[in-house]
Design a protein around this ligand. Structure first.
Ligand SMILES: Nc1ncnc2c1ncn2[C@@H]1O[C@H](COP(=O)(O)OP(=O)(O)OP(=O)(O)O)[C@@H](O)[C@H]1O
Ligand SMILES: O=P(O)(O)OC[C@H]1O[C@H](OP(=O)(O)OP(=O)(O)O)[C@H](O)[C@@H]1O
Ligand SMILES: [Mg+2]
Length: 282
């Protein structure tokens, strides 16, 4: 039986449970359970603090885990990323007071507060900067105003928390993070149950970036329409009762939907419908 760790709280928790649920696994909790067993799929889901997940997986106590790439890197645990999960995206950045004019190169000797000390230490070492690191559990943005640090290194998503604290990002992100499925060794990917899990997760994630587009088009414009919506293999074309028209069905990238609809309408397509895809295997 596989044992898979899921964040029990924090920014990744809800989405991890939702993704696994959509992939057909039973892992939602009715209360404060620490372990939920999915007997059908033969997996135990263990609820842990996201920061601890890489450590348990690295020690071999658990087979797999879902955590943030930044947390995994900071833990220094001996684990690898098996599959990126496309949610919980963030950037790990340096930030300084807005009017300070500080840049990363000028940080040498200054106190830097962070919840990711190992990630920060490695980055400073690469840059040959020596800085005292102030380790905090959270609310890192306020540490400068409270006088315990001169700069911070923290997770930025929308940037709203930084703005609120009168801070700005300086330099390029040290790391771009998202939720990832982790394991101890690449051989795990050969395990039938792990392959099935990854295929199901990929199905949900890929489906999220595509939509299904259907439309009717005069036969004379079919070739042009198929080049606008080539689909994955090629679009499905079905006859209509009016022999001069056909119906076309094709997967399209969700972010391209509106442009594609404009172009199809322009060449004569009508009755264009776009629907969500819940899952897929391509
Ligand atoms: N605002 C955010 N948007 C997206 N991902 C985030 C955000 N904040 C944190 N993360 C990601 O979530 C993970 C941190 O998990 P953690 O549980 O510590 O989050 P948290 O929401 O800060 O929880 P806590 O309430 O314990 O502070 C990291 O991988 C981080 O990149
Ligand atoms: O760029 P934003 O969209 O504002 O998001 C980033 C903020 O979100 C997280 O904080 P969280 O709410 O988890 O509080 P914490 O700092 O106490 O962990 C993170 O640590 C940043 O502070
Ligand atoms: Mg937090």
């Amino acid at each position: 039986m596989l044992k898979l760790a899921i964040p029990n709280k924090g920014a990744l928790s809800e989405d991890a449970v939702r993704l696994l649920g959509e992939a057909g696994y039973k892992c939602s909790r009715s209360g404060r359970e620490l372990v939920v067993s999915d007997r059908v799929n033969d997996i135990d889901f263990v609820f842990l603090r996201p920061r601890d997940i890489a450590l348990y997986v690295g020690d071999g106590v658990l087979d797999l885990g879902i955590t943030g790439r930044d947390l995994k890197e900071d833990s220094g645990a001996d684990v690898i990323e098996l599959f990126p999960l496309g949610f919980g995206r963030s950037r790990f950045c340096f930030a300084v007071p807005k009017e300070s004019g500080l840049t990363v190169e000028k940080l040498g000797g200054l106190r830097i507060a962070t919840s990711y000390p190992e990630l920060l230490r490695r980055n400073l070492e690469k840059r040959n900067l020596k800085c005292p690191i102030v380790r905090l559990d959270g609310a890192v943005e306020i540490s400068i105003r409270l006088g315990v640090a001169d700069a911070i290194a923290d997770v930025v998503e929308s940037g709203a928390t930084l703005t609120e604290a009168g801070l700005v990002v300086t330099g390029e992100p040290m790391l771009c993070s998202e939720a990832v499925l982790i394991g101890r060794s690449p051989e795990l990917q050969e395990c039938h149950e792990v392959k099935k899990l990854i295929a199901r997760l990929r199905g949900i994630i890929v489906a999220g970036s595509y939509a299904m587009m259907e439309y009717d088009i005069p036969r004379s414009a079919l070739e042009a329409a198929c080049s606008i919506t080539p689909g994955i293999e090629s679009p499905t074309v079905a006859p209509l009762s009016n022999p001069d028209w056909v119906a076309v069905k094709s997967m399209v990238l969700r972010k391209e939907c509106n442009r594609i609809m404009d172009e199809l309408y322009e060449i004569g397509a009508r009755g264009i419908i776009v629907t969500d895809i819940r899952s897929c295997r391509l």
